[in-house]
Every structure is written in structure tokens, then in C-alpha cells.
Design a protein around this ligand. Structure first.
Ligand SMILES: Nc1ncnc2c1ncn2[C@@H]1O[C@H](COP(=O)(O)OP(=O)(O)OP(=O)(O)O)[C@@H](O)[C@H]1O
Length: 288
């Protein structure tokens, strides 16, 4: 349903953030996008909803070529993509219900949303969604009175209110404790299954990505260096994505290893034997 072909992005500063990205995401698939800081994860997500303009290639969502849309047609296409942000992007002084209904801004006219007169069916659906994400008792609370996990649930309900086909999720667990992070990832996963929604989740936590995604794509310096199932993400491939690190050793056993510094990365003796394979041989390529 989403297909990226030869997508590239060079910022006006000259930074090349993405090179020749080829991705195909079927309906209902939850894809985690991992990679080191600066690898291009946010740029890729933002190219899909055109918050960032790709400089090369094609991005198709079902039948629509997104890269050439403008004006009304671009607004319409954006409605089919729900965005969930790391920093929740809620309006603190508004209630939970008002924040969820603001997901309708693209649908109802400016004055109607300014005066907060939302269609009855939107209000009913917002109630249903808040129940589904576990916040039925918080509808009248102000957003700034919520915990991080509750705020993220509101963000999820808001994204779903516009009935998207695709979820674009940027670091959903960055400010959350481990238990809440798992609950949020589980919720996103369940909702994708219930609604046959595809999702791209930009996430730093590899363990969470492995546990909750159907597919993992690893970016390094703007290129896809791994595309496969979570169970295929070996230590060797993590090294290809992130650089040298002893991924298997616990802190206790690491202390006894002969650890040496190479440039600004660390490598330990057992790992020195691992030569990095050419990127092409690591990438399994294509959709699963
Ligand atoms: N607005 C911008 N102008 C110029 N260069 C940018 C801009 N945004 C990102 N970049 C550059 O593009 C590259 C990719 O950045 P991006 O933020 O997409 O990476 P990321 O993988 O999301 O990183 P992080 O995990 O730290 O959020 C980096 O080299 C970054 O410096």
C-alpha cells in the first residue's frame, strides 16, 4: 500500500540524509525503523507525509503519487496518514477530548473547529477511541494533568480519529518508562491488527522493535542496510547498522574482556574477529 522507489533527500545545507530508499509496506504491517542518530529515520518518515520534501524518487500511497501533490490534494493525502510524535504534540490547556477532536481539523471547517463545534459522529467516535486506548475516565482532564503514557494514548486516539490507512510514528516511547513503553507499543500493534493499518515506527529501542514489529528496517548514513524479520537481526547485523559493539556481553562479563577503543567506538576481543560484510550482503531486501 506504501511504496518508496529510489527516494533520496539532500537538505539545502548539503547534508545527504537519504540515498536510494526502496521500501514496500503492505497493509497491516508494523515496520520498525532503527539506526543510529543522524541515520535518516525522521527524514524518511517526514518525506512520506511531505513535512520534508524528498529530492529524488517516488512515494506512492495506494494509487496516489505523494511527491507531486500540492494544495487540497496534499491535505487530503495527509489525512490518510496518522502521525504520532515523541513529544505527544498535545495542546496542554485543552482537555483530552478536545485534543482528540483536533485530529478532525483537516475535515471540519476552520470556524467550526475554532469554535470547537465538532460533528456529533466525530465526538461519538472520539469517545469510542478514548475507551479503546484506556482513557474513558480522562476525557475532561486537561492534557497537562496527564502522565507521559496517558499523553501518548491521547496522541494515538487523535491520530486514529482521522481513520488513517498508515501510521507514521516518531519515537513513541522516548520519554516513557520501560513498562509504559511496552504497553504503548503493544497498543499500537493491536490497533494496527484491528484496523489493518500499516505503520512505520521510528524507534531507538532495538529490544522493543524486535518484540513488537513484524519487520525491521535498519538505516545507516541514509541507506537501508537491513530489511528483514526481527529474528534475523543478529549481533553482526546490529554492528553493520550501528558500528562495532559487543552486543551479546553483559556488563559483568564485559569487565573481564579485553576492551579496546577504536576511534570513538568500543570493541572487545571476541568481536574483533567479526569483519563487517559488504552492506549489500546483509540486506535481505524487499518486503517480507
Ligand atoms: N532540517 C535539516 N537541515 C539540514 N540537515 C538536516 C535537517 N534535518 C536533518 N538533517 C540531517 O540529515 C541527516 C539525517 O537526520 P535525521 O534527523 O533524519 O536522522 P535520525 O536518524 O532521525 O536521527 P535521530 O535518531 O537522532 O533523530 C543528519 O545528517 C542531519 O544532520
Amino acid at each position: 500500500m506504501l511504496t518508496l522507489t529510489g527516494v533520496g533527500k539532500r537538505y539545502p545545507t548539503g547534508d545527504r540524509a537519504l540515498t536510494d530508499i526502496e521500501l514496500s509496506l503492505p497493509k497491516g504491517q508494523v515496520m520498525a525503523l532503527i539506526g543510529p542518530s543522524g541515520a535518516g529515520k525522521s527524514t524518511l518518515i517526514r518525506c512520506v507525509n511531505r513535512l520534508v520534501e524528498p529530492t529524488q524518487g517516488s512515494i506512492r500511497l495506494e494509487d496516489a503519487e505523494l511527491t507531486t501533490l500540492s494544495g487540497n490534494r496534499l491535505r487530503q493525502a495527509r489525512r490518510s496518514m496518522g502521525m504520532i510524535f515523541q513529544e505527544y504534540a498535545l495542546v496542554d490547556r485543552l482537555t483530552v477530548m478536545e485534543n482528540v477532536l483536533s485530529g478532525q481539523l483537516g475535515y471540519v471547517g476552520f470556524w467550526r473547529s475554532f469554535l470547537r463545534r465538532y460533528p456529533q459522529e466525530a465526538v461519538a467516535e472520539a469517545f469510542r477511541l478514548l475507551e479503546r486506548v484506556g482513557l474513558p475516565h480522562a476525557i475532561d482532564k486537561r492534557a497537562d494533568a496527564l502522565s507521559g503514557g496517558q499523553r501518548q494514548r491521547v496522541g494515538i486516539a487523535r491520530a486514529l480519529l482521522q481513520s488513517p490507512k498508515l501510521l507514521l510514528v516518531d519515537e513513541p516511547t522516548a520519554s516513557l518508562d520501560p513498562k509504559t513503553s511496552r504497553q504503548i507499543m503493544r497498543l499500537i500493534r493491536e490497533l494496527c491488527a484491528e484496523r489493518e493499518l500499516a505503520a512505520i515506527i521510528n524507534i531507538h529501542d532495538v529490544a522493543l522493535a524486535k518484540q513488537f514489529a513484524d519487520r525491521i528496517v535498519g538505516l545507516r548514513a541514509g541507506e537501508i542496510v537491513f530489511d528483514g524479520k526481527p529474528c534475523e537481526l543478529t549481533s553482526e547485523i546490529l554492528t553493520t547498522i550501528y558500528g562495532e559493539e559487543d552486543w551479546d556481553t553483559s556488563p559483568e562479563s564485559a569487565e573481564s574482556d579485553d576492551v579496546q577503543t577504536v576511534g570513538d567506538t568500543f570493541t572487545s576481543q571476541p568481536y574483533a574477529a567479526h569483519t563487517q560484510r559488504p552492506l549489500a550482503s546483509v540486506a535481505s531486501g524487499g518486503a517480507l
